[in-house]
Write a protein that binds this ligand. Structure first.
Ligand code: SF4
Ligand code: SF4
Length: 440
């Protein structure tokens, strides 16, 4: 070993150089999950399955365009997602990090691109220029990928067509354009420099996991009952998070990816032993594990987990109910009592009504309004039905007029009905209509 190698090893805390994880059992499964979650990441913003349009203040969920004022739906959606994250951490530890998180998917992919760049450069260039060429090749691929990934990521917050226009015009002047360029630069730095360091330093999920896990949470655990460890350090060298799982299963950096499980299995199988690192539920020993029911095997191991599932079900039903009750056109009617009533020269009594109509549907529509329980009563709208463009909000105070009728009282219960185009039933609002007291 020359002096430089010795120095590098010292700086790494006497660790042997890192190894690429073998493409074996857990890694292969994980890569399949990465593909599925990458496709989900791509599809969500473009299909409006999940997107928060900041400029328009709209939240898109399962194809519904929700307004920021639709509190019930947003509440159930946020609570459900929050419990999903919590449940995943309690049941399966940091499986989300290693199997589904875009940060991990792109970090591992960028490492694969770098390795491919090195191989390609070694084939195509002389020894002296190969390392520069390898960097140039991998940086070119990662720069192109950064533009694409930043575009997808920003599409979660800005309308994708609008964003594409800005990108095609290389807009570096407007706020949207500058944001897009900044996200692209950050993505490039993430893919080339930061990678998994993000998971061990900035990301709060690892710290959260430490608080949430209990004695039944899925862990990766080293277990060596017969001191069969040959100290090859392969498990340490393949670990992207830079830890030694033999020091304990509760290390905050461990994302439970299983690469060390595969590595140890691979080494020890060659000398006729079983691997010493396993996925286990809590600290249960693999050797002592009794035959378990399928409920236990999927993680439903105690009452606490059933309660979490029930809470999630509650929020999911709440979300489904709120979405099914949602009306695409918001109708809000209320009496304006800044004046109780007024009487016109022709004898008609006037009450004022505040009208708010908002078109939350994806098409232009019309809303017809009429009154019941007020003989000859009319709402003095300039047009009825009222036309509303997509996203239009109409807010105004209008006169509700009627001639006094025979059995009119000082306070009369009336109903104002509003029916949007295509609605089967009108929306009914109960109001009062005030009249002057009868002359004695
Ligand atoms: S210790 Fe093993 S399971 Fe944990 S992050 Fe490292 S390789 Fe993955
Ligand atoms: S890979 Fe297995 S045998 Fe090698 S050091 Fe790690 S635990 Fe020991």
């Amino acid at each position: 070993m020359n002096t430089q190698q010795a120095q590098i090893q010292r700086l790494r805390g006497d660790r042997k150089p890192p190894l690429s994880p073998a493409d074996t059992q857990h890694r292969r499964t994980r890569k399949r999950f990465h593909l599925v979650f990458f496709l989900i990441f791509l599809v969500l913003p473009f299909s409006n399955l999940m997107r928060f349009d900041i400029p328009r203040q709209r939240f898109y969920l399962a194809g519904f365009e929700l307004w920021i004022s639709e509190f019930a739906i947003l509440f159930f959606a946020i609570m459900f997602l929050m419990f999903l994250v919590v449940a995943s951490a309690i049941f399966y530890g940091r499986i989300y990090c290693s199997y589904a998180c875009p940060q991990m998917i792109f970090s591992e992919w960028s490492q694969a691109v770098e390795a491919w760049g090195r191989k390609t450069a070694q084939k195509l260039f002389s020894k002296g220029s190969a390392s520069v060429a390898a960097k140039a090749i991998s940086y070119a691929v990662l720069a192109t990928a950064s533009v694409f990934l930043a575009f997808v990521f920003t599409s979660y917050f800005v309308e994708p067509r609008d964003l594409l226009q800005r990108l095609l015009h290389l807009d570096l002047v407007t706020v949207g354009g500058i944001t897009g360029a900044t996200v692209t630069l950050l993505t490039f730095l993430d893919l080339t420099l930061v990678r998994q360091k993000f998971c061990t330093t900035i990301c709060p999920y690892g710290y959260l996991q430490g608080m949430l896990q209990d004695r039944h949470t899925l862990l990766v655990r080293y277990e060596d009952p017969e001191t069969a460890c040959i100290d090859c350090e392969k498990c340490v060298r393949v670990c992207e998070m830079g830890i030694d799982i033999r020091k304990g299963p509760f290390q905050i950096e461990c994302v439970h990816c299983g690469d060390c499980v595969d590595a140890c299995e691979d080494v020890l199988r060659r000398v006729g032993h079983l691997g010493l690192i396993h996925y286990t539920w809590g600290e249960a020993s693999v050797a002592e594990k009794p035959r378990e029911s399928w409920l236990h095997r999927i993680g439903l191991r105690d009452a606490k987990r059933w309660v979490i599932l029930l809470i999630m079900l509650f929020y999911l039903i709440g979300l489904a109910t709120a979405l099914s009750l949602r009306r695409p056109v918001l109708v809000y009617l209320a009496s304006d009592r800044s004046t109780l009533y007024s009487v016109q020269p022709d004898g008609r009594v006037v009450n004022r009504v505040r009208v708010k109509l908002a078109n939350r549907s994806p098409h232009a529509t019309t809303v017809r309004l009429w009154v019941e329980g007020l003989p000859g009563g009319e709402l003095a709208l300039p047009n009825n039905p009222v036309s509303l463009a997509v996203g239009e909000v109409l807010e105004q105070t209008v006169d509700l007029r009627a001639f006094p009728w025979e059995v009119a009282q000082e306070v009369n219960q009336i109903r104002v009905l509003a029916q949007a185009q295509g609605d089967r039933k009108p929306e009914v609002t109960e109001l009062t209509f005030l009249m002057p007291p009868p002359r004695k």
